[in-house]
Design a binder for this molecule. Structure first.
Ligand SMILES: [Zn+2]
Length: 519
């Protein structure tokens, strides 16, 4: 009897333990989960709907919707693969693959990283609201307007903002005029011979409308491509093109691409024997040709009672950020002879808006905000650099404003003014838009420099609406050095040698940036 009893207990022990763990987990999740309702209002004749919305994490304000409801909002097809824990949503011609417990959404074959993971809770696949508001809309003819105060989502049908293209040409000159429905910033790349790649930030284009193989003057053909946030227009151009001019017009908003024939050098420089001598003139870049990098502003994230993220062994992000910034200052001053301003030199709390104010007041030429990453999956790791997404419309500004309002530790400078006023917000936003080419270039240089120096994953250059970058009247980026949630990277983040490698990477990128823009 006694023996039987003993063996029963022994056998059941793991089962009981699992049950206890499950019970504890259930209590935890039900306590952590806050349920609410959002209202969805359509302008396409569909009746409004009420959907339940969950907050799954007590630490974050991230709002989640059920995958079924997300499918209804976008009239998407839905497929759930239980064994791989993937949901595939088909919206128009685009397939979005979302995997539970990851932050990754694969759009067709292109991965996009969300700020919050896709979750599985109480039998439902839960999708973070940022997917609904930011990731999906560019692939649909809809614009979403989210009102956080009333928890109402307005789904409006709109067309494309990269509307049409018209060609004209004379014997020596060919022009392509792209009409936009709102002012958008662009970037021109003609490093590949015979090809002009025009990136239109925040553009929504119908590729079918732009595709043409018909030659028009110096243009051989054109095609367009839509990515998650931006539109691309590719021009196939003739060899005789000697000069490319790309201009942005305001009223009406247009991008004009002008190709001109010209005299080719009689004996081409051997290095360029295979390329035409092409001179790219981007009007906006030209206006700022006198740019000088004399003052670099480094912004160690967090500080004071805002610890930032915390590693599993207790390492605090605010301290790592400061150590990296101090190290970078030394090397920048020594090697480049530039003036370096730190937004904080000790463990103190600073409002996000104050950080860029310091940068502006001290006449900064570059702003680099230094942070460390963290995620609940311990395997996640690597380095990433961000530059600010241009807020495309007033709706986007609304979303960004709501998200960034969580500057929760900051003490308002004026009572009742935690969040900058709408006017400030829009002006600052436009200011940062003006620097988007330089900011993206700086982010790319830093990413490359880190890739050469740090033996951690290269997570690439990303765009996001970070408040801390909004006010900077200069090229501004934010770097996430490594993951505190990853044990290997956390121990790297304590090492002086690793700080020095990061600092050297920043210095190297600033040097290249300086060389390029000071010409
Ligand atoms: Zn941070």
């Amino acid at each position: 009897m006694c023996i039987i009893h003993y063996s029963t207990v022994k056998m059941r022990h793991p089962v009981i333990l699992i049950l206890v763990v499950l019970a504890a987990f259930t209590v935890f999740t039900s306590r952590a989960r806050a349920e609410g309702t959002i209202t969805v209002v359509y302008d396409d004749g569909r009746a409004g709907q009420g959907f339940s919305s969950w907050r799954l994490d007590p630490e974050s304000e991230a709002l989640y919707l059920r995958a079924n409801d997300v499918a209804l909002i976008f009239k998407a097809t839905q497929f759930w693969n239980a064994s791989s824990r993937k949901v595939i949503l088909g919206i128009g011609r685009t397939r979005f693959t979302l995997t539970v417990d990851t932050r990754v959404v694969v759009v067709d074959s292109e991965p996009i990283l969300l700020r919050n993971p896709i979750r599985y809770d109480a039998g439902f696949v839960m999708i973070p609201m940022e997917f609904v508001l930011e990731v999906a809309p560019p692939f649909t003819p809809s614009v979403l307007d989210w009102n956080p105060a009333s928890q109402t989502l307005y789904v409006e049908k709109v067309g494309y903002n990269v509307e049409s293209i018209v060609f004209s040409s004379t014997a020596n000159r060919a022009t392509a005029t792209i009409t936009l429905t709102e002012p958008l910033v662009h970037h021109v790349d003609s490093s590949t011979p015979g090809l002009i790649r025009l990136k239109i930030y925040g553009g929504r284009v119908d590729p079918a409308k732009f595709e043409s193989r018909e030659g028009r003057g110096l243009f051989n053909g054109v095609r367009a491509e839509q990515t998650e946030r931006d539109a691309y227009v590719y021009f196939d151009i003739k060899r005789e093109t000697a000069r490319i001019l790309v201009e942005r017009e305001q009223d009406p908003p247009r991008v004009v691409v002008v190709l001109e024939k010209g005299e080719l050098p009689e004996i081409p420089d051997p290095e360029f024997a295979d390329r035409r001598q092409i001179q790219i003139i981007d009007r906006r870049a030209q206006e700022r040709r006198d740019i000088r990098i004399e003052t670099v502003v480094l912004d160690p994230g967090h500080g004071g009672k805002d610890d930032g993220k915390r590693g599993s062994s207790g390492l605090l992000e605010k301290n790592v950020n400061l150590a990296v910034a101090l190290r970078t200052r030394d090397i920048l001053e020594r090697e480049l002879g530039v003036r370096v301003v730190l937004t904080r030199e000790d463990d103190r709390l600073l409002a996000l808006t104050r950080r860029t104010e310091i940068a502006n007041e001290t006449g900064g030429d570059i702003f680099v905000s230094i942070h460390c990453n963290s995620w609940f999956s311990r395997g996640a790791g690597g380095f990433e650099a961000y530059f600010l997404s241009p807020a495309r419309t007033e709706r986007d500004r609304e979303v960004a404003r709501a998200e960034n309002a969580a500057d929760r530790f900051a003490t308002p400078r004026n009572p009742g003014a935690e969040v900058s006023s709408d006017i400030d917000f829009i002006l600052w936003d436009m200011v940062q838009n003006e620097y988007i080419n330089e900011s993206s270039h700086l982010a790319e240089l830093i990413q490359k420099a880190m890739n050469d120096r740090l033996e951690i994953r290269n997570r690439g250059v990303k765009q996001a609406n970070f408040s801390v970058l909004q006010g900077a009247q200069m090229p501004a980026i934010l770097i996430e050095v490594a993951f505190l949630s990853n044990a290997t990277e956390e121990s790297l983040l304590t090492s002086d040698d690793f700080h020095r490698r990061v600092a050297n990477g920043i210095v190297d990128a600033v040097r290249q940036f300086k060389e390029r823009y000071e010409k």
